[in-house]
Design a protein around this ligand. Structure first.
Ligand SMILES: C[S@@+](CC[C@H](N)C(=O)[O-])C[C@H]1O[C@@H](n2cnc3c(N)ncnc32)[C@H](O)[C@@H]1O
Length: 273
């Protein structure tokens, strides 16, 4: 146990805490996000500074507060091309296998889409491999429980530091740069936004979805649910997969031990059995 004595050490402490507990790599440039999210917890405990709050977490033996801190930082956490191997798998393996090279409709569901970075990443990969101009009919359903997150997702507007992971060629091809008041912001072009259907959907409620999907992304949301709830949810999701369809989970989410009709291809990659 160590004493945290300044702001830099506090930020380093938070970064390592969030990596240990949620496998999320926060960059030091996320200092303002860290301060904003943990500020609420700090005030709830009447601790004057972030350094005091981090020392409390480090020495306070308060598991519940550690959970609050992780929740505050991870609830809507997402970024473009997060766990990018999943998008490569989608475009290079899953869809080609399932369509067998024929131009049948491609349907993908991003089941906890947060502020949109995941469905847009899916869309960029699909458009690269199955261009609409060549007649491919691909669409993405993007759902989340949070209407606030969905509002941002639908607009598709991101500050410059949120799009750092996007290669320059894709930035030019898929984003419009803001001017004037919107300087420093980028909006996903309408031809991509139009192909994504954003809708509110509580994954633990009744799923009112009509389509079936070749691939479902349900990533970094099941960690919040207990095993029984995870099993129920995964069984529900399977009903929305076409035969042989794929379910992709977050890299730190395992379905091992759940009684579900899926076979594990490798950790976080599952296929309807
Ligand atoms: C950490 S984000 C994950 C975003 C994205 N899937 C990713 O991996 O980057 C978790 C998202 O799950 C959503 N969520 C939490 N509980 C949910 C529920 N019961 N139904 C639908 N979405 C939920 C949250 O609103 C949040 O946007």
């Amino acid at each position: 146990m160590r004493r945290i004595s300044d702001d830099q050490q506090a930020i380093e402490f938070v970064i390592s805490l969030i990596y240990e507990r949620a496998h999320i790599r926060l960059q030091p440039c996320k200092e303002s996000l860290i301060r904003a999210r943990l500020g609420k917890r700090q005030r709830a405990l009447a601790l004057p500074t972030l350094v005091d709050y981090c020392n409390y977490l480090e020495t306070g033996n308060d598991e519940q507060e550690l959970t609050h801190a992780v929740d505050a930082l991870t609830t809507n956490f997402t970024h473009f091309l997060r766990e990018e191997d999943h998008f490569r798998f989608l475009a290079e393996r899953a869809i080609p296998d399932m369509t067998g090279g024929t131009r049948q409709p491609i349907r993908v569901w991003s089941a906890a889409c947060a502020t949109g970075e995941e469905p847009y990443s899916i869309a960029f990969y699909l458009e690269e491999s199955f261009p609409s101009i060549s007649g491919w009919d691909w669409r993405v359903l993007a759902t989340d429980i949070s209407t606030k997150a969905l509002g941002k997702a639908t607009q598709g507007v991101y500050a410059g530091d949120r799009i750092e992971a996007i290669p320059n060629a894709w930035l030019r091809k898929y984003f419009k740069r803001g001017f004037g008041d919107a300087d420093g912001y980028y909006q996903v072009k309408s031809q991509i936004r139009e192909r994504i259907n954003f809708r509110q959907q509580n994954l633990l409620g009744q799923l009112t979805i009509q389509d079936k999907f070749q691939v479902i992304f349900c990533r970094n949301v099941m960690i919040y649910f207990d095993r029984e709830t995870q099993e129920k949810l995964v069984r529900q999701l399977c009903r929305f997969l076409v035969p042989g369809g794929y379910l992709l989970t977050g890299h730190s989410e395992s379905l091992t031990g759940l009684s579900v009709p899926l076979r594990c291809l490798r950790p976080s990659y599952y296929q309807l059995a």
